[in-house]
Each structure stands twice: as C-alpha cells, then as structure tokens.
Design a protein around this ligand. Sequence first.
Ligand SMILES: Cc1cc2nc3c(=O)[nH]c(=O)nc-3n(C[C@H](O)[C@H](O)[C@H](O)COP(=O)(O)O)c2cc1C
Length: 293
Amino acid sequence: MCRLWLAPLRGVTIRAFRETFAEAIREAGFAGAFAPFIPANPGIRVNDRLLADLQPFPNEAASSLPLVPQVITKHPDAMRTLLRAFRERGFDRADLNAGCPFPMIVRRGRGSGLLRTPDVLETLLAAGCEEMGPGKFSLKVRLGVESPDDLRALLPRINRYPLAALTVHARTARQMYGGEVDRTRFAEILAESTNPVIYNGDAELGHLDEVPNGVAGVMVGRAFVRALGARTDAGNLLRTYIARSQKELCGDVPVVGRMKELLTYWCAVPRWHRLWPVIKLCRSVEELLSLNF
Ligand SMILES: Cc1cc2nc3c(=O)[nH]c(=O)nc-3n(C[C@H](O)[C@H](O)[C@H](O)COP(=O)(O)O)c2cc1C
C-alpha cells in the first residue's frame, strides 16, 4: 500500500502550520507528517523549547495526524539523548536527516554530509534502531552529495539495519531543490533496498498513479503547500495562522516573516500573485491584515 506523507519543511510545515491546516492535510489523504529537523549536539539540553514543535495540539482532531520527529546530527550519543526524549513524549518513531543540502551543514558532516562518512552514518543507524527498536527508525536521504551514485554505493551498509523507511529525495545535494529528479537512479535504489522506500521530490498531488511501482510511500512537501493557496478558505486559514503565530512568537517581525515564507508558495496563485508586491513590503501584522485577502 502506498502511503502519502507530508514532508518536513523547516519554517513552513511547523506545528502552528500543521494545526491550522490539519483539515486540509487530512483531506489530502496524508497518513502522517514528518516534523522539521531538531539538532542533536554534544551536551544537548533537551527541554520544552527544543521540542516545542512536537507539542500536542489542544484540539484533538488536529492531533490525530501521526507525527514522526526528525533529528539532524553526526553524534550518536547526543542523538540517543534526543531519541529518548522523543520516546518519553510518546513518539514511537523517529527519522534521521541525511538529506539537508546546505553547504555549511554538509561541510560539518551533517545532513547529506553523512553520505560522505559511511562509518558515522552506520553508527547512527545502529544507535537509532537500538533506541527506537527495529522498524521504528528511518532515514531520509539524497541520491548523493555531488554524485547521484553515492547512495547506491552505501546501500549494502544501510540494508544491514531494519528501518521503518528509507525516504529518498531523488536529487543530489548539489541540485538543492531544483532540476530534474533522477528516476533511473531512484529505481535502482528501490530495487536494491531491503527496507521500504518512500519516494520524494517529484510528486504532485493528484498524480500518485504516476509514482514508481513498488514504493511504500510518497512524500510531498512544496506541492501541497502551494495547493493550499488555491483553496477558497485560504484567506481565513491565513488569518487563523497569523493569530496562532502571534500567540507563539514575540512581536510582529517573526510573525510577518513566517507568513511571507508561506506566501512565497502561494504567490503563484492569481489571487495571491496580485497581492504579492504589497505583501513583500509589509512590516507589521496590522499591514498584513489590512490587505483584502
Ligand atoms: C524550506 C524547506 C525546508 C526543509 N526542511 C527540511 C527538514 O527540516 N528536514 C528534511 O528532511 N527535509 C527538509 N526539506 C526537504 C523536503 O522535506 C523535501 O525533501 C523536498 O522539499 C523535496 O520534496 P517536495 O518537492 O515534495 O517539496 C526542506 C525543504 C524546504 C524547501
């Protein structure tokens, strides 16, 4: 059975977003969501602030969407500490980010930089499977850093671990978020992985029949966020998102910044496209709310 997963988009598919758009997420048929990454560093202090994105919602209906927390790290002990905190908060699954393409992260050996240090990656997989249990830890990867063959070369080592899933964003880190996905390389990974594979980076909602045969799931991020902007209730939902963010953040600047981040996805929709030049100039919540959306 092919399941649909909401992709983690840091700064976008955050808690307040998942709560505000819970109904739309459910309507779109998502089986669950992966939360944006949380860093695990040595000497990590795991407190409510670090885990704020994972807090349950007061509204039970919004809470019903299963959530998989994600860690970004190269430190097995720090990761274990964070995974234990996930478990203490009731999460029985966790995901490791080996896909983040940002050069500073990659240079420091985290995110897709883990593809360059197979021994570290293996230590993390062993620790993750031990902490969470077999079939409860997963890995999200790119095809490679520079070369689309990195992941394939590592697959025999990844196959040693009983993962819940191997999510493959079928681009290299070098490609960042643009350019063609490599379906041929993805098909090779799918054929050779002993773990269930989730396809990511290519899917438009409504075209799930076009995904490669044999995938266990499809992960969709940007296409879903863009589609929200075309809903007739998008304006009302945006107002709710603003109000919720005002309660959570301090001052107008971060709230307006968060809304602009979302609206960069919506501005391809004619209604938002018209407003976009004005939205870009907004500095306060009052200015934003005064627009006729
Ligand atoms: C703004 C932004 C933030 C992202 N944050 C994360 C993250 O926290 N963890 C992660 O594994 N991937 C992250 N990604 C990658 C997405 O989860 C996904 O792999 C990528 O966007 C391709 O899928 P899509 O075309 O369906 O969006 C991020 C992508 C974007 C554009």
